[in-house]
Design a protein around this ligand. Structure first.
Ligand code: HAM
Length: 459
């Protein structure tokens, strides 16, 4: 038997109703904050993630689904070749000849390296640059969709998982750098979690510095790591030299006492950076969003600057980060774009659903009516009635004239329909149908024209 690949899973009804319920609530909240949806491709050039997220991060160095995409390149080359031939049918000329010889020597071609997106911020910033979105001032964008990381699967951790994320970015003149934007994002998140009925979340907040203080901090980290790095796991040793901040992501238990003693970024923030962070906190206090400062929080992706945060939730066990995010003021430049400070977050939708108290059954709508055609020729009549009722937005389940009445009743009760509507020859002739309320047991004969209203009124 072929099964779903390890770390991926099928979402089935009624659980999908819970996902839709969450996504509808989230879209409402995003709407109230004037965010608009962006959909970027599920795969991108590998270079995008290497440059944005960082070569030394776990995500890029260990977890990406990457492949050489030869097919795309071949068909592109062929397309180019035929365009050239079309342009000059008589004599293709040297350019076409060159392309043709490349085509003939297919084996020599190197494919394009592509990667399934492990996160969506890089794709959004790429789109911002590609479509010159700075013309729109401050962009407030959100996305909902699958991401892919080759992690060890466990509860709340999958290889295909879903993120609900948002990014707010624009040229500095659009106010994109303001601490007011950081606070707005964090307040939005508090509102969202509250709206979904998620209680007991904790907002962990840190500032991981601007470009200047990061350089100083990296130096201090390197110095502190020099005498101890040799005792650490090989991965951490390498990071201590190439990208010391990433040492904080080392998970090996024996290394933790060393990591514990390393200098904290909070001691290295320069004045503007410290001020920015203070202002974020002041607004959060003013709007009543509780937070805890965690100066060990550095986040696992390289693009972050200044404000970094995670919301955790006790019910989730080891994978307790329900969402994470932060500022990425230099990301656009590092991808070849203009200055576009920004801040965003991504909620792990799978984890959000795990933390929800709401049961899937409670949000899955129940059928309003089950139509039971009774006897030969009645499927036709039942189909006409179903069409009328569905036009009134009534959730209508359609039976089969070959089912006995007993079986129809059993199905209607199994799917928790509120009413059963019996469609027999006599009913069709009379133009009135037996409608039984399956909750109260009451049965009445209802003229065709009044059916929809009668079923609706019982809602
Ligand atoms: P991240 O912290 O890597 O940040 O992921 C955000 C959230 O996605 C995590 O807090 C977690 O809830 C969920 N998540 C991550 N990996 C998995 C997994 N394997 N299985 C289930 N859930 C997972 C980012 O991705 C950034 N792009 C967030 C961001 C947006 N920062 C700025 N803008």
């Amino acid at each position: 038997m072929i099964k779903a690949v390890r770390g991926t899973r099928d979402l089935l009804p009624p659980e999908t109703a819970l996902w839709n319920f969450v996504e509808a609530a989230v879209r409402d909240v995003f709407g109230a904050y004037n965010f608009h949806e962006i959909r970027t491709p599920i795969f991108e050039e590998t270079q995008l993630f290497a440059r944005a997220v960082g070569e030394e991060t776990d995500v890029v160095s260990k977890e990406m689904y990457t492949w050489e995409d030869l097919g795309g390149t071949l068909s592109n080359k062929l397309g180019e070749f035929f365009d050239l031939v079309d342009q000059n049918r008589e004599s293709p000329g040297p350019d076409a000849r060159k392309l043709w010889s490349e085509y003939v020597n297919l084996g020599k071609w190197k494919g394009q390296s592509l990667t399934l997106r492990p996160e969506n911020t890089a794709g959004v910033v790429r789109a911002y640059i590609e479509h010159k979105l700075w013309d729109r001032g401050l962009n407030k964008l959100y996305y909902i969709g699958p991401q892919f990381r080759r992690e060890r699967p466990q509860k709340g951790r999958y290889r295909q998982f879903y993120q609900i994320g948002a990014e707010m970015l624009g040229p500095p003149t659009s106010g994109s750098e303001s601490p007011a934007r950081d606070a707005e994002i964090l307040e939005l998140l508090a509102t969202l979690l509250d709206r979904l009925g998620i209680e007991n979340w904790t907002l962990q907040l840190n500032s991981i510095g601007c470009a200047n203080d990061r350089a100083k901090y990296n130096e201090a980290l390197r110095k502190a790591l020099e005498p101890v790095a040799a005792r650490m796991d090989p991965d951490c040793q390498r990071r201590a030299v190439t990208n010391p901040l990433r040492v904080f992501d080392c998970k090996v238990p024996e290394d933790q006492p060393i990591i514990e003693k390393l200098p904290r970024i909070s001691q290295y923030l320069d004045e503007p950076c410290r001020k920015h962070f203070e202002q974020v906190q002041e607004i959060l206090k003013a709007v009543g969003v509780p937070f805890t400062i965690n100066d060990r929080l550095v986040r696992g992706l390289d693009y972050y600057t200044r404000t970094a945060f995670e919301f955790t939730h006790g019910a989730l066990g080891a994978q307790n980060a329900i969402l994470g995010g932060g500022r990425y003021d230099g990301l656009s430049e590092s991808l070849g774009g203009p200055s576009a400070p920004g801040i965003g977050f991504a909620i792990g939708e799978d984890r959000l659903i795990l933390a929800l108290k709401q049961s899937a059954e409670s949000v899955q709508p129940k059928p309003d009516v089950y139509i039971a055609p009774l006897g030969a020729g009645m499927d036709r009549e039942a189909a006409r009635l179903a069409r009328e009722l569905r036009r009134h937005d009534l959730i209508t389940e359609l039976g089969d004239e070959n089912f006995r009445l007993k079986k129809s009743f059993e199905i209607a009760s199994k799917i928790s329909a509120r009413f059963i509507l019996i469609v027999g020859e006599n009913e069709v002739k009379a133009g009135a149908f037996a409608l039984k309320n399956l909750e109260s047991g009451e049965q009445v004969s209802v003229p065709r024209a009044e059916l929809a209203q009668k079923i609706q009124s019982g809602r």
